[in-house]
Design a protein around this ligand. Structure first.
Ligand code: MG
Length: 397
């Protein structure tokens, strides 16, 4: 991975140190905003110094203290965790990359489009590959800390497929039906309806590997990924009449169903529809939190690309700015406060479910897996180097 300034964590004990992913360029999108009062700490099991952390199964992960790692943390969630198996996930993600090259070749294939930089030679290509692998691995490591080595690798591979598709579609929405990821989806759909043997051997073996790992959760993972691909084919019509309307759209855009499937696959949690149904409200807050967190962290990057290259802008900060005719900084402040409010709502809702409705062990773990995913998403967003980077000090106003 391309790391510019590696931060040395202050004092994690030696056995944990060997598992830590190096981090670079911590970014704080809330830097110039007025501080928001943090009302209460919730989700105590996320506290890296808490008593409860010790009783949890940490076979696959280590607790992360954002402050110890000097990562700005504008959140009520007390910490996050990192998957230990990121090196394995990295290797599996690179293997998938190699297989994709073999399949799609280095030539431009109209039905297997890859991000443009991957057709270049030299530095640009190497940089893009490192960025794609790095983001797939980091997002998996922080958002899905419970995954076993094999599952962490498979989730990172699914992330790579998502990023490969996203990168092409971001530049041209018309290409959503002709990316390498779409090609995977076609193979999958053909296999589902038993249309002959696939000539695309490697795609087939990757997909069946995920199903073999877990027939139910693996299938849901693939379905989640491919329903997201389908959603990107409707990119043009983003509702911006209200923040609520935008967030309902955005929940499909960020692949909320895929994230839920990845979380269940990572933590090996099978819930019946009824068992999952009581989480509807919690999942709604979860999806909004993911959307708004992504939007606040990626705003500067997306805004700059919008202004300089006319890139399509899908971002809550911009929606709020235009709805209320307010400056960007005020819109950012509003979004930050919304994120903190969502954390309160998530805490109230999980307490209500535990106390008034009653959760079985699997349901309790599901709620925790989603909280881990949210906390990990913040840490990933703050440290992935794509949003802040060298420009993290610049603002649009
Ligand atoms: Mg974004």
């Amino acid at each position: 991975m391309m790391e510019s300034t590696t931060i040395t964590a202050q004092a994690p004990s030696a056995p944990l140190q060997e598992y830590l992913l190096p981090i670079s360029s911590p970014y704080d999108p809330t830097k110039n905003l007025s501080p928001v009062t943090i009302i209460a700490r919730s989700f105590a099991f996320l506290d890296p110094d808490g008593e409860k952390v010790g009783s949890r199964d940490l076979a696959n992960s280590i607790p992360i203290s954002p402050s110890l790692r000097r990562v700005p943390w504008p959140s009520n969630l007390p910490g996050c965790r990192q998957n230990k198996h990121w090196r394995i996930a990295e290797r599996m993600t690179r293997d998938l990359f190699e297989a994709i090259y073999k399949h799609a070749g280095q030539t431009r294939d109209a039905s297997n489009k890859l991000p443009l930089q991957l057709y270049e030679v030299g530095k640009q290509k190497i940089h893009k590959e490192a960025e794609l692998v790095g983001t797939a691995v980091k997002s998996t490591a922080y958002m899905f800390p419970d995954a076993s080595p094999a599952r962490a690798g498979m989730i990172a591979q699914s992330m790579l497929l998502v990023f490969l598709h996203d990168d092409v579609v971001e530049k041209s929405t018309r290409d959503a039906g002709s990316t390498i990821t779409n090609s995977f989806m076609t193979v999958w759909k053909q296999a589902q309806s038993n249309i002959g043997e696939s000539s695309q051997e490697y795609i087939h073996s990757l997909l069946t590997g995920i199903i073999k790992e877990d027939p139910i959760l693996g299938k849901k993972l693939l379905e989640g990924a491919f329903s997201w691909v389908d959603h990107t084919k409707e990119y043009e019509s983003v509702p911006t009449e209200s923040l609520r309307e935008y967030l309902d759209y955005r929940s499909r855009d960020i692949g909320a169903d895929l994230l839920l499937a990845q979380a269940a696959f990572a933590a090996d949690i099978s819930l019946s529809e009824a068992e999952k149904g009581i989480f509807d409200k919690f999942i709604g807050f979860f999806a909004d939190h993911i959307s708004l967190t992504n939007d606040i962290y990626s705003f500067e990057k997306e805004w700059n690309e919008h202004v300089s290259k006319g890139a399509f802008l899908v971002n809550a900060v911009d929606v709020v700015r235009r709805l209320h005719n307010i400056p960007v900084s005020a819109a950012k402040q509003f979004i930050c406060e919304e994120i903190l409010k969502l954390e309160q709502l998530l805490a109230f809702e999980i307490d209500h479910l535990k106390q008034d409705v009653g959760l079985n062990k699997a349901q309790e773990r599901f709620g925790e897996a989603l909280a881990l995913c949210l906390a990990g998403h913040i840490f990933y967003s703050a440290t992935n180097g794509r949003y802040g980077g060298a420009d993290s000090a610049t603002t649009v106003e």
